[in-house]
Design a protein around this ligand. Structure first.
Ligand code: ZN
Length: 119
């Protein structure tokens, strides 16, 4: 594992579209088959495009309230993830990290890619 983590996506060789997570069915842009994709490492860094605070959740973790952000990665794709810290706002620059939650009711520890504000 790297810190900050590297996100492994793919790039379409035909049209150069970068996607995360990898799409097993082919390129959404040009229709090329997935067999023509190349692995494409993405930096877990980007800017917040939208935020929402979650107050009710069907599981014990993550503990509410928490903030979910729509994050435009510097490499192009857009992801949704928990953003930790105060002052999370549209335009905030964020960096990814791996969070290890407390075990859930079944004893499973979830390792989750989350983001935190760095600027
Ligand atoms: Zn393509």
């Amino acid at each position: 594992m790297t810190d900050p983590p590297t996100m492994v996506g793919h790039r379409c060789i035909t049209c150069e579209r970068v996607a995360f997570p990898p799409d097993p069915y082919g390129c959404e842009n040009c229709g090329s088959p997935a067999s023509t994709f190349e692995q494409w490492d993405l930096e877990a860094r980007g800017s917040v495009q939208a935020v929402a605070t979650v107050h009710r959740h069907h599981r014990s973790t993550p503990v509410t309230p928490f903030t979910v952000g729509v994050i435009g990665l510097v490499g192009g794709p857009v992801v949704k993830a928990i953003v930790e810290g105060v002052g999370v706002a549209v335009g905030s620059t964020v960096e990814g990290f791996l969070a290890h939650d407390e075990p859930d009711n079944e004893g499973n520890v979830v390792v989750d890619l989350r983001f935190r504000v760095i600027e």
